[in-house]
Design a protein around this ligand. Structure first.
Ligand SMILES: Nc1ncnc2c1ncn2[C@@H]1O[C@H](COP(=O)(O)OP(=O)(O)OP(=O)(O)O)[C@@H](O)[C@H]1O
Length: 340
């Protein structure tokens, strides 16, 4: 696991990260969210000892990064996909990393296979597309078969097939009991991928909660009802002390009453319903509501971006890989276990 305690980073007067304390647990995917400039990359860089904290600590499986022998075998990271010497081939880039971290060279071919780059293993990285560079960065993160993985914007530049692949890869890694910590600005993707969320704004912790609770706590949920006998339905609801607001398309919106109770009420009065649907805001709306006050860079000439007020159905919750879908292959080498 990754444990942060009071982690703080100042750049001159600028407080980039402000007393962050949270734990990233194994066996699940933890999403890391925050508006632009919130301090996500700085936090991830401090996790990897690429930046020194002004104060506070980060521990990886109980140890400071500097205490880790062959760190790539403990923690793998994709931070900047293009952090590769352009003149080196994909295989050579990985080989250099392997040799400096006590990783057998045979592992290079395995991870190239895993990310789908075997056919371009000998090609220079400078000719790689953004998506290929991203896959090479992921191969480097997986090289040491680490228990802890950090991915900063891993789907950047990937096509839909690539996005689908990385989503399944992360689920697969978490299902193996690894710690997976991922940042993304793509809320729909995050909603499909993460089980747990850590949200920061202006360097400070704003939420550390399950995806379900985050959406529930930061958005309005209500029930939408439509009936060809709307007036009778309104009378029934009013008699029960239930307030219904008129919405577009002849629908009613009711807050704070479960759909089951509303359906039972309608049935008890023999009223026909054409719609009875619980509504929940999306992750994007919940995120915008929570962080509206901490957005550093606004559009609209400095005016805050308006926060949506209409709830929409929730994005589907993570449900594991789809049936028949190819699983990430090549994982499961046991050289780490053998060497100990
Ligand atoms: N090397 C640096 N020197 C000075 N300020 C910095 C430096 N690195 C980051 N910052 C500032 O620290 C704050 C946090 O930046 P950081 O890149 O960590 O945010 P972020 O959440 O990753 O943003 P984004 O989503 O846009 O990538 C920003 O205000 C940024 O300008």
């Amino acid at each position: 696991m990754i444990e942060l305690e009071g982690l703080t980073k100042h750049y001159g007067d600028k407080v980039a990260v402000d007393h962050l304390t949270f734990t990233v647990r194994p066996g699940i995917i933890t999403g890391f969210l925050g508006p632009n400039g919130a301090g996500k990359s700085t936090t991830m860089r401090m996790m990897l000892d690429l930046d020194n904290p002004t104060s506070g600590t980060v521990r990886i499986d109980g140890k400071h990064y500097r205490q880790l022998e062959d760190p790539l075998t403990y923690i793998g990271a994709l931070l900047e996909a293009k952090a590769v010497h352009g003149g080196r081939s994909a295989a050579n880039h990985l080989l250099c990393l392997a040799q400096s971290n006590g990783i057998p060279r045979g592992r290079v071919g395995e991870v190239l296979e895993m990310v789908g780059l075997s056919s371009v293993a000998r090609k220079r990285a400078k000719g790689f597309s953004l998506g290929m560079g991203q896959r090479l960065g992921i191969a480097a993160a997986l090289l040491g078969d680490p228990q802890v993985l950090l991915f900063d914007e891993p789907v950047n530049g990937l096509d839909p097939e690539g996005i689908h692949w990385i989503r399944n890869l992360m689920k697969h890694l978490a299902a193996q009991g690894r710690t997976v910590f991922v940042s993304s600005h793509l809320m729909s993707e995050m909603a499909l991928t993460a089980d747990h969320l850590v949200v920061i704004g202006q360097g400070r912790l704003m939420a550390d909660t399950s995806m379900k609770d985050f959406i529930h706590q930061n958005s309005r949920s209500y029930v939408r009802m439509r009936s060809p006998e709307q007036q009778k339905l309104l009378d029934v609801l009013r008699a029960e002390g239930i307030h219904a607001a008129a919405a577009g398309g002849g629908a009613l919106e009711i807050d704070g009453v479960p759909a089951e109770r509303l359906g039972e009420l309608a049935a008890a009065h023999h009223l026909t319903l054409h719609e009875l649907s619980p509504q929940q805001a999306s992750l994007e709306e919940a995120f915008m509501r929570l962080t509206a006050g901490s957005v550093e860079y606004h559009a609209h000439n400095g005016e805050p971006v308006p926060v949506p007020t209409t709830a929409v159905p929730a994005a589907p919750q993570p449900a594991g890989a789809r049936p028949g879908e190819p699983q990430p292959t090549g994982w499961g080498t046991d050289w780490q276990r053998k060497r100990s």
